[in-house]
Design a binder for this molecule. Structure first.
Ligand SMILES: Cc1cc2nc3c(=O)[nH]c(=O)nc-3n(C[C@H](O)[C@H](O)[C@H](O)COP(=O)(O)OP(=O)(O)OC[C@H]3O[C@@H](n4cnc5c(N)ncnc54)[C@H](O)[C@@H]3O)c2cc1C
Length: 331
């Protein structure tokens, strides 16, 4: 076990841009590594990404392993897995952190299975015990329990949800090494990309303002008033799970334990009771405003501002006020 040292962060890239979750993971890895007195490595697979690799150093990596090949430009789960497995076998990091994005969720279990090591998915926190071993914190039993998990195999592999950690400040004075690694390409991966379909999805995790609706809404068409309010505020529409389950709105709008974790500057919860599963996704928002007819709704326990009342009366008034303000009318 003692031959395993350091923390390896998988850096996700899309079209040559590094996903912000990579910087969040590097920030946490740096914090843990400083306590454990070990190094932080990052691995970047892509094509012509050397300049971008420097960013990983500015955000906390001591060493970046770069796999540069035209066939790694796009995510290819077999080739990504193969090169990750090779790297982990060579470098023997004690801990491997991967973002719990759709890409990371596809890649991580394949690597863990190849290495015959444990994987804890969808973590919401990482801590160290008194012996310096990693404790992986994740919701269990539909979010009613928080499990603290220790992995007995090495490396300890973890996927972490987007937006649960904050990235460090970009530090241009940080120095580190970029190590180009030999790429192994598996010629026949058995999968061929025929074409790419673009689907309109809302990236709710990155939104600064979210106007969310819950079962307090009476019919799907009423989401339009939330949309109008969100547009006036420059935000996006979110939803509690029942609205998604009913097919009123697509899953990319869902906030909560089984949806998206969000950390906007403003979260407006309209007709949402505040179940533990919903709170798990939005309680770290900077300012929470709740509108609910029931003064005992649990959402008010986390709200910075609470409005007890009917959303069908309050939201149109808010819309009117915002429109007036835009028109320069006082009041
Ligand atoms: C495994 C699992 C995972 C889950 N994951 C998620 C998740 O990711 N996200 C999620 O949201 N839920 C999730 N849930 C569901 C969760 O348990 C709750 O059922 C759900 O969050 C409730 O949604 P709600 O607040 O919209 O509805 P309700 O709990 O029914 O609340 C509706 C609220 O609207 C208020 N209201 C009614 N009329 C008005 C009005 N006119 N004006 C103002 N207020 C009004 C009511 O007072 C009430 O508080 C999950 C459940 C399970 C079992």
């Amino acid at each position: 076990m003692s031959e395993y040292k350091g923390i390896l962060v998988f850096s996700e890239q899309r079209d040559g841009d590094i996903h912000p979750i990579s910087f969040e993971l590097l920030g946490k890895a740096r914090e843990i590594a400083d306590k454990k007195k070990c190094e932080v490595y990052s691995v970047l697979l892509g094509y012509q990404m050397r300049e971008k690799a420097k960013e990983l150093i500015y955000f906390g990596a001591d060493k970046v392993f770069l796999y540069d090949h035209p066939l790694l430009k796009e995510f290819d789960v077999i080739n990504y897995k193969q090169n990750m497995v090779n790297l982990i076998r060579e470098e023997k990091p004690e801990i491997v952190l991967i973002g719990a994005t759709p890409l990371g969720r596809s890649l991580a279990p394949r690597i863990a299975a190849a290495l015959k090591t444990g994987l804890t998915a969808d973590c919401i926190d990482l801590q160290l015990d008194e012996n310096g071993e990693l404790i992986q914190v994740r919701p269990a039993f539909t979010g009613n329990l928080i499990a603290h998990i220790k992995t007995s195999t090495r490396p300890v592999m973890t996927t972490v949800r987007y937006k649960v950690f904050k990235a460090r400040e970009r530090d241009l004075t940080r120095k580190g090494d970029i190590v180009e690694k030999e790429v192994e390409i598996v010629e026949d991966v058995g999968v061929r990309v025929v074409r790419k379909e673009s689907v309109e999805v809302v990236n709710i995790s990155d939104a600064e303002i979210i106007v969310s609706g819950g079962r307090g809404l009476k019919k799907p068409e009423d989401l339009k008033i939330l949309e109008e309010l969100a547009n006036l505020l420059g935000g996006v529409v979110g939803a509690s799970r029942p609205l998604v389950d009913e097919g009123w709105i697509s899953k990319d709008h869902q906030v909560g334990f089984s949806g998206n974790i969000v950390r906007p500057k403003l979260y407006l919860a309209c007709g949402i009771s505040g179940s533990p599963q919903h709170l798990a996704g939005m309680r770290d928002s900077e300012i929470i405003v709740a509108i609910n007819i029931d003064p005992s709704a649990p959402i008010f326990n986390v709200a910075d501002y609470g409005i007890v009342g009917d959303l069908y009366e309050i939201i149109p008034k808010l819309i009117e006020k915002l429109k007036n303000r835009k028109r320069g009318v006082k009041g």
